[in-house]
Ligand binder design. Structure first.
Ligand SMILES: [Ca+2]
Length: 102
């Protein structure tokens, strides 16, 4: 690479920072978990996984549950593991499934 008249050979460092321009994406479009009726509190349901293409804090994925029946379950904000926070019976679980599907 040539250096023309007036070029003094100085280097310029340009720092390019990451912006939070990627949303997390789940590894699957649908997760299905099963529980045995009258499960114990804290029973594992399933674990979800998502990834974010950003780096450092912008790429850190944290999990939370939302929705009408979210209080029946807990999710580890770092691992994505979902557990039951109460003992569910078959009839109640079926009602929850119908509500979430409508
Ligand atoms: Ca991001």
């Amino acid at each position: 690479m040539g250096c023309g008249i007036g070029c003094d050979g100085r280097l310029v460092t340009v720092a390019v920072g990451d912006v939070n321009d990627h949303a997390p994406e789940f590894a699957r479009s649908l997760y299905v978990g099963e529980l045995i009726e009258n499960n114990y509190v804290g029973a594992r349901v399933l674990a979800v996984t998502a990834a974010d293409a950003d780096v450092a804090d912008n790429g850190r994925v944290r999990y939370e549950l939302r929705g009408a029946d979210a209080a029946k379950f807990a999710v580890d904000p770092d691992s994505g593991e979902i557990t039951a926070t109460e003992s569910l019976d078959r009839e109640e679980a079926a009602r929850c499934a119908r509500q979430s599907a409508s």
